[in-house]
Design a protein around this ligand. Structure first.
Ligand code: OAD
Length: 235
């Protein structure tokens, strides 16, 4: 049986690894409003503040590790191969640390830098606030390779095609308030896919046919076990 599954993850899948979500009780990130650190306008107005903010977040990646939900999705990739598209809104690398090899980071990656002078991208683990020269062109014009509000997420054509073609769309640990990701459920349903959400609470875009509430480290391994058992029994 050939089942094509698209999985979308958000901050909730990394919460139990110790990475804070965006919309916690006070809606702030380390005392910053999102708009003050996650927009091109913020970067133009106060580059150092934005670079320091992302440098601090990049540094925390060294102290966190994947959890059972990340690892379960890596196991699913082993079973489904190209029939799984894993899209994440997260800029952490916990899916990769958990063993996933093909992760589509639609909002970019903390561990990457983008040179605004030569348009090249580089893996990056250090700081950017001290304005290091671009390894490609030498100009001091690197920014975090993350998608800010007002910018276009990566790979939208490929994502829309996969959503339209898939049999099942699963959304994990995302509040469903940030578009275009919040609209993926409607896109998938329009293409005839079944839709499932696995989240601590019902998301804002609760147009899913099936919804399960609970922590990702419990819900995701249980769901992956169901899928792999079903695939195994059909052979
Ligand atoms: P949010 O912080 O908006 O939402 C996190 C969701 O995860 C909420 O619905 C929580 O209920 C749920 N959650 C929390 N802990 C969980 C757990 N242990 N298990 C399962 N679910 C849990 O984060 P996102 O939806 O990822 O964009 O935010 C979407 C985008 O908004 C981000 O990619 C970022 C942000 O602004 C950009 O920076 C462009």
């Amino acid at each position: 049986m050939n089942v094509q599954i698209v999985v979308l993850t958000g901050a909730g899948i990394s919460a139990e690894s110790g990475v804070p979500t965006f919309r916690g009780p006070d809606g702030l990130w380390e005392g910053h409003h999102l708009e003050d650190v996650a927009t091109p306008e913020a970067f133009a107005a106060d580059r150092l503040l934005v670079q320091r903010f992302y440098d601090a977040r990049r540094a925390t990646l060294a102290r966190v590790g994947p959890n059972a939900a990340h690892r379960a999705l890596a196991e699913l990739e082993q079973v489904l191969g190209d029939d799984l598209l894993l899209i994440t809104q997260n800029i952490d690398d916990l899916h990769e640390q958990g063993g996933s090899q093909r992760v589509h980071h639609m909002h970019g990656e903390l561990r990457a830098a983008w040179c605004r002078a030569c348009d090249q991208r580089f893996g990056w683990s250090g700081a950017l606030a001290d304005e290091p020269p671009c390894p490609g062109c030498g100009v001091r014009a690197l920014r975090p390779d993350v998608v800010w509000f007002g910018e276009m997420p990566y790979g939208m054509d490929e994502i829309h095609q996969a959503l339209f073609d898939c049999d099942l769309f699963v959304s994990i640990g995302t509040s469903g308030v940030v578009y275009p990701a919040a609209g993926f459920v409607d896109y998938a349903a329009a293409g005839g896919a079944d839709t499932l959400e696995l989240n601590l609470e019902r998301a804002a875009n609760s147009d899913f046919r099936l919804s399960r509430q609970g922590p990702a480290t419990e819900l995701v391994p249980a769901w992956v076990a169901e899928v792999t058992a079903r695939l195994g029994s059909v052979g």
